[in-house]
Design a protein around this ligand. Structure first.
Ligand SMILES: [Zn+2]
Length: 205
């Protein structure tokens, strides 16, 4: 019985010994970042996505979400709003690779990402494993108090109260700061917090 070319090819592949290691082929370039004004440019973004063989748009969405910033693809580069550091990018690229590239069965990067019924499936060419992508939820960040007594914050005086004190707002707090003028940006030392009202004074270094 004649066998199709595909079947023959599959047989041939199966007959081959498994690759010893593909680790040496998996070289992800280090993030090449430069600050340009108020933006940070990841100059070798496409080199990274090519190395990990993933869709640049998908990787970008992931990075932006995990970095908590905005950004756009421009040619081979990504321009992030604000300051982003190389370790921050490296950390997110690594977690992307761990989640969306590395096979959990054999630990190799020779995988493909396919969508089935809106579920992302990681298919491994090295060992044949198929599994839904497991997105590991990071432990919820410890909520930091927005305002604390004895600390200094930079605030803008948005209003002046009846008694002449400047009023600043920070998150849910209203901060009274005597001796300030509307529209000024001051460093305020928080003396006391009562509920959502705080009292402070101008901090001078
Ligand atoms: Zn595998």
């Amino acid at each position: 019985m004649a066998q199709s070319y595909d079947t023959l090819l599959k047989r041939a592949k199966e007959a081959l010994p498994a690759p010893v290691s593909s680790g040496e082929r998996f070289q992800v370039p280090e993030a090449d970042l430069i600050v340009e004004g108020k933006t940070t440019v990841l100059r070798n973004f496409l080199d990274i996505t090519t190395a990990i063989n993933r869709d640049p748009d998908q990787v970008l969405q992931y990075l932006l979400r995990e970095l908590g910033t905005a950004g756009a693809l421009e040619d081979r580069r990504v321009v992030f709003k604000g300051k982003v550091t190389a370790p921050q990018v490296a950390d997110r690229v690594k977690s992307y690779i761990d989640t969306y590239v590395i096979c959990s069965e054999c630990g190799r990067p020779d995988t493909r990402l396919v969508k089935e019924d809106r579920v992302a499936i990681l298919e491994c060419d090295a060992c044949g494993a198929r599994r839904p992508v497991k997105v590991v939820k990071k432990a919820a960040k410890v909520e930091e108090a927005v305002l604390a007594e004895g600390k200094v914050y930079e605030v803008m005086i948005q209003d002046i109260g009846k008694k002449g004190d400047g009023i600043a707002k920070k998150d849910k707090y209203i901060i009274y700061v005597p001796g300030t003028t509307k529209g000024s940006i001051v460093k305020v030392f928080i003396e006391k917090i009562a509920g959502t009202v705080a009292f402070g004074h101008i901090h001078r270094e």
